[in-house]
Design a protein around this ligand. Sequence first.
Ligand code: AMP
Length: 285
Amino acid sequence: MKIIQSVHQLQNELERFRQDQKAIAFIPTMGALHGGHISLVGIGKKKKAKTVVSIFVNPTQFDNAEDLAAYPRTLEKDAALLAKSKCDILFAPSAEEIYPPGLQTEVRIDLKGLDQTMEGEFRPGHFAGMLQVVKRLLDLVQPDYLVMGQKDFQQFALVRFMIKKLKLPIDLIMGPTKREKDGLAMSSRNTRLTPDFRKRAAAIFKTLCYLRRNIFVKSPRLLQLDGMQQLANAGLRPEYVRLINGKNLKPLRSVKNTEQIVACVAAWAGNVRLIDNLILKGPSD
Ligand code: AMP
């Protein structure tokens, strides 16, 4: 595996792959890698593509300076994990490489409200920053496949929308959420949980499973209230529990007539904010 920091060197390496007629699968991350990230590399490998993983803690998608400062950074360990998983390139650029002074990198498209709900309500500016970095990285890597996790379902929906809107020639693939034994979704933020909150955090998956069991039994409104209560009972501070239409992220109207139903949760476990979701009905991407 090559570890590359500069855009110039990245492009030289990618050119060699293209000359060899190799497809390129790209997996953008913020590092502190875990089994979820590695599973996305595996999806790229299955496509017989050369895999490029980026590690960049993107300052423009953090609305909270403390959260940015506290974000775990473990580059050496990450590089070892990626080498073991047979990743081809680790791209770990500086902020100057990603945002050179004078380069206009903001994505200016009408997101049809996809960025206003859920994470958008609680993390203002987060999705503008996320799309900005993803678009910049896509411009640099120009992958055939972009592999992203279901764990960040709303992020996936926004990237899907951007790819469609800008007609980018990229095949976007959703990787299923990898979980710990008690159901907690793997996340770089989990390392910051105290042992007590680590145990309590399992309530998020439990709540999602409760919603899955009852989606055809109780009204969405009552289920959302139940979910909020269950998370609070476990000692977490829920921000939202939402049942949504997975295709447009709008509140669920009819269980019967909605093709894809997704339950989404955000909750604080102590001073760590966690998100998770389950697809309760319909296609798995
Ligand atoms: P992050 O480093 O948190 O920005 O995540 C980078 C990519 O990994 C995103 O596409 C995430 O959706 C994905 N990801 C994060 N956690 C998991 C997980 N537990 N299982 C599968 N994919 C994940």
